[in-house]
Design a protein around this ligand. Structure first.
Ligand code: GDP
Ligand code: PGA
Ligand code: MN
Ligand code: MN
Length: 624
């Protein structure tokens, strides 16, 4: 239901043609823009073209508005701080509004689609008053894909437009494809904060009421009230994971929360590896890893999302639908992730909720071993390492991190020096191995291999991880996070797991080997047992040796682990004791997991695949 009020004419802000190539704009797109404009009442409409000049115009305007600070330390780069309440994904405000509640399943919030639309329509009514309505045509994945995956985001946030430009292929190229009549996803976003006449806009407009809503049957997204990346850059989590997972179920492929990397051995054998870790559990770092073992090379294809489809040879081919990196800033430094640091140094980046140095650059915890002597923290407050001001008084920021734990860099992936040439290949790369991982202080060993595909799906389906600052809510709580997709499965979780099992059943399928990894096991003092980062190459090497049948393994009740001395440890700084504990499979700890896994499978209801219950029975038996 929209009002019958006159609709602003959908031409560019400065009289630009909406379709710079000259093709007529798809009637359905014009109709939708008109409908949204009539409801939300923007002052003007801007068709986003995606040019450098347009990016310059938008960022200049954001600087003038006080939202962006132009960095002097990096070219064409900006610092922005959000409202302190709008710093992460809001899982409790995220909904899958399928026609039937059963199709959203027990792991998603659900509301009847018509009821949700009625409620949100009232929220959207007049919500763009005083603002520009930006029309952002976009394409997830290369424009020259056989089936380009298109969308249009309507947003009233220039921050979103500039971030979408980094993260996806936006503008004229995508619009031209849409105008040829190809299908596209409608993605509506508003920060939900009209600018009333006579008032000035907030630096970070948002609304206390937030909704991140998906209509999977209609392939549509409605987002309201937040400007944060995961809630507002609708090509990313909303389209490429939640909506795409529903598309993938219908069409026989996978949309997954996975990095993709290319691994080349000293003898020039190439393997492509995908890995699913929950948010803030190491995907971006592993994707850009600089191996510490001589002769091994890692190149980057993706750091967050993988779309995987079977090739004619029965192998699973992965592409990265994104165009940028939206990386966790804290912990990213020259010693942990030098390739991310190089990508950032090239500029063209937006930094959200990091600290600002006195000389106009950014800083966050873990960037350098020692913090600068003086900073402006992410909340705009004076910050010093000691927590004391020059006059000896205690600062309000004392004892708090200078950057928000979920602060982010948003950087073009093409600036990553390790980007693999295959990134640009629309058919993707054949995946040899899938790693499932998470943050577990205890129980889960550094690495183990699943016995077969079904066992691998069981490992992925039952993996648990400690919650992080990437989503609002408590941090450090262990929860089951199947395939690192708990917040992103766009349909019923049992059906999703069945889909994973079914994929292997078609004739001629050559499924990847499956592994579980845990970089985050701790010793009694709370320190990490494994040094991680570049040293994780040693685990990747073992994975390759398993693929090639050259590394023996010990069969344990939970899977196959390296034999003593099986990991290449030449030059690594771990004591034999630490290594033993990092790799240990403790039967008692695993027996304590059994009822938790049982409870998790039970919580999924009647659609949980029987094969996974069989796997649990098998595990229980093997543990004795
Ligand atoms: P993503 O959100 O899954 O992409 O995770 P990131 O790669 O951005 O990493 C999230 C956080 O985990 C950062 O603070 C990293 O420094 C940290 N991290 C990543 N890999 C490792 C590792 O191997 N060991 C340890 N101890 N921390 C890691
Ligand atoms: P991440 O991406 O997985 O790199 O943290 C953002 C998110 O999942 O919210
Ligand atoms: Mn993610
Ligand atoms: Mn990441």
């Amino acid at each position: 239901p929209v009002s019958a009020a006159p609709v602003p004419s959908p031409t560019g802000a400065a009289g630009r043609s909406p379709a710079p190539s000259g093709a007529p704009v798809a009637p359905e797109l014009l109709r939708w823009i008109g409908e949204v404009a009539a409801l939300t009442r923007p002052d003007r409409i801007h068709f986003v073209t995606g040019t450098d000049a347009e990016f310059a115009e938008l960022t200049d305007a954001l600087v003038a508005a006080g939202t962006f600070t132009r960095l002097t330390g990096k070219p064409n780069s900006f610092h922005v701080v959000s409202d302190p309440s709008d710093v992460a994904r809001v899982e409790d405000r995220t909904f899958i509004c399928s026609e039937r509640e059963r199709d959203a399943g027990p792991t998603n919030n659900w509301r009847d689609p018509a009821a949700m639309k009625a409620e949100m329509t009232e929220l959207y009514r007049g919500c763009m008053r005083g603002r520009t309505l930006y029309v952002v045509p976009f394409c997830m994945g290369p424009l020259d894909a056989a089936k380009p995956r298109l969308g249009v985001e309507i947003t009233d946030s220039a921050y979103v437009v500039t971030s979408m430009r980094v993260m996806t292929r936006i503008g004229t190229g995508a619009l031209d494809l849409i105008n040829t009549g190809l299908p596209w996803v409608k993605a509506l976003h508003s920060v939900g904060a009209p600018v009333e006449p006579g008032t000035t806009d907030a630096v970070w407009p948002c609304n206390d009421t937030k909704y991140i809503v998906h209509f999977p049957e209609e392939r549509a997204i409605w987002s309201f009230g937040s400007g944060y990346g995961g809630n507002a850059l609708l090509g990313k989590k909303c389209y490429s994971l939640r909506i795409a997972s529903a598309m993938a179920r219908d069409e026989g492929w996978l949309a997954e929360h996975m990095l993709i990397l290319k691994l080349t051995s000293p003898s020039d054998v190439v393997h492509y590896v995908a890995a699913a870790f929950p948010s803030a559990c190491g995907k971006t770092n592993l994707a850009m890893l600089e191996p510490t073992i001589p002769g091994w090379r890692v190149e980057t294809l993706g750091d967050d999302i993988a779309w995987m489809e079977f090739g004619a040879d029965g192998r699973l081919y992965a592409t990265n639908p994104e165009f940028g990196l939206f990386g966790v800033a804290p912990g990213t430094g020259w010693d942990t992730n030098p390739n991310a640091m190089r990508a950032i140094a090239a500029g063209n980046s937006v930094f959200t909720n990091v600290a600002l140095t006195d000389d106009g650059d950014v800083w966050w915890e873990g960037m350098t071993p020692e913090p600068p002597a003086h900073l402006t923290d992410w909340q705009g407050r004076e910050w010093t390492p000691s927590g004391l001001a020059a006059d000896g008084s205690v600062l309000a920021s004392a004892g708090q991190p200078a950057a928000h734990p979920n602060s982010r860099f948003c950087t073009p992936i093409t600036q990553c020096p390790t980007l693999a040439a295959e990134y640009h290949e629309p058919r993707g790369v054949p995946i040899s191995a899938i790693l499932f991982g998470g943050r577990r202080k205890t129980t889960v060993p550094l690495v183990l291999q699943a016995r077969d595909w079904q066992h691998g799906v069981f490992l992925g389906a039952t993996i648990a991880s400690e919650t992080t600052a990437a989503a609002t809510g408590a941090v450090g709580v262990v929860r089951r996070d199947p395939m690192a997709m708990l917040p992103f499965i766009g349909y019923d979780a049992g059906d999703y797991l069945q889909h994973w099992l079914d994929l292997a059943r078609a004739p001629g399928r050559r499924m990847p080997a499956v592994f579980s990894v845990n970089w985050f096991r701790r010793d009694a003092d709370g320190g990490f047992l494994w040094p991680g980062f570049g040293e994780n190459a040693r685990v990747l090497k073992w994975v390759v040796e398993r693929l090639e049948g050259t590394a023996p393994a010990v069969r344990t009740p939970i899977g196959d682990v390296p034999v003593p001395g099986g990991l290449d440890l030449d030059g690594v700084e771990v004591t034999p004791e630490q290594l033993t504990r990092a790799l240990a499979v403790d039967g008692q700890e695993w027996k304590r997991e059994l009822p938790l896994i049982q409870e998790w499978l039970d919580s999924l209801g009647t659609t949980v695949p029987a094969a996974l219950r069989d796997e649990l029975d098998g595990l229980r038996e093997r543990l004795g």
